[in-house]
Design a protein around this ligand. Structure first.
Ligand code: GDP
Ligand code: MG
Length: 163
């Protein structure tokens, strides 16, 4: 079985940008994955010789009680439950938000291994990018730019080692 990496985070942090970079093409969508629900956004990536699956869980809205947002939250929960490792993206330009804390609480309850990843870091000083996020209690964040590719290789390597 290929390890499954789930990309989780509030809207606009760069999940789909990272997904596209990891899978490199929309054609990489996986049509037939035994045991995995198909209505989420799956793709296949590769780090050297190591293949992996990546899930873009767009639309995490844990506060909704019904409707489409509730359905999307359910899908995200299912994706996290199926993941070998969760990549939790936050936005280094916007800084920490209450929504990030809600997601942190949810992820902690699932017990899945999580890598905290600060995106949109290009052109910013490391300390300025990460300082906000230590209070989430998830250790040293990884710092990447999904748009430019900085740090993405190291992140995937770490994710596969922990998966
Ligand atoms: P999603 O809602 O989490 O899937 O986020 P998207 O991937 O759609 O990205 C939201 C916005 O952030 C888009 O305008 C992206 O171009 C931008 N974005 C994504 N990654 C980066 C990055 O590394 N640096 C910067 N500056 N912008 C980014
Ligand atoms: Mg998206």
């Amino acid at each position: 079985m290929k390890p499954v990496i789930a990309l989780v985070g509030r809207p606009n942090v760069g999940k789909s940008t990272l997904f596209n970079r990891l899978t490199r093409s929309r054609d990489a969508l996986v049509a037939d994955l035994p045991g995995l629900t198909r209505d989420r956004h799956y793709g296949e990536g590769r780090l050297g010789e190591r293949p992996f699956l990546v899930v873009d869980t767009g639309g995490f809205e844990p506060v909704a009680k019904e409707g489409i947002m509730f359905q999307m939250a359910l899908q995200t929960k299912q994706a996290v439950a199926e993941a070998d490792i969760v990549v939790f993206l936050v936005d280094g330009r916007q800084g920490l938000t209450p929504h990030d804390k809600t997601i942190t609480d949810f992820l902690r309850k699932t017990g899945r291994p999580v890598l905290l990843v600060v995106n949109k870091s290009e052109g910013m000083r490391y300390t300025a990018v990460v300082s906000d996020f230590y209070e989430l209690g998830m250790g040293d964040p990884y710092v990447i730019s999904a748009a430019h590719g900085d740090g993405v290789h190291d992140l995937v390597e770490e994710a596969l080692d922990k998966a």
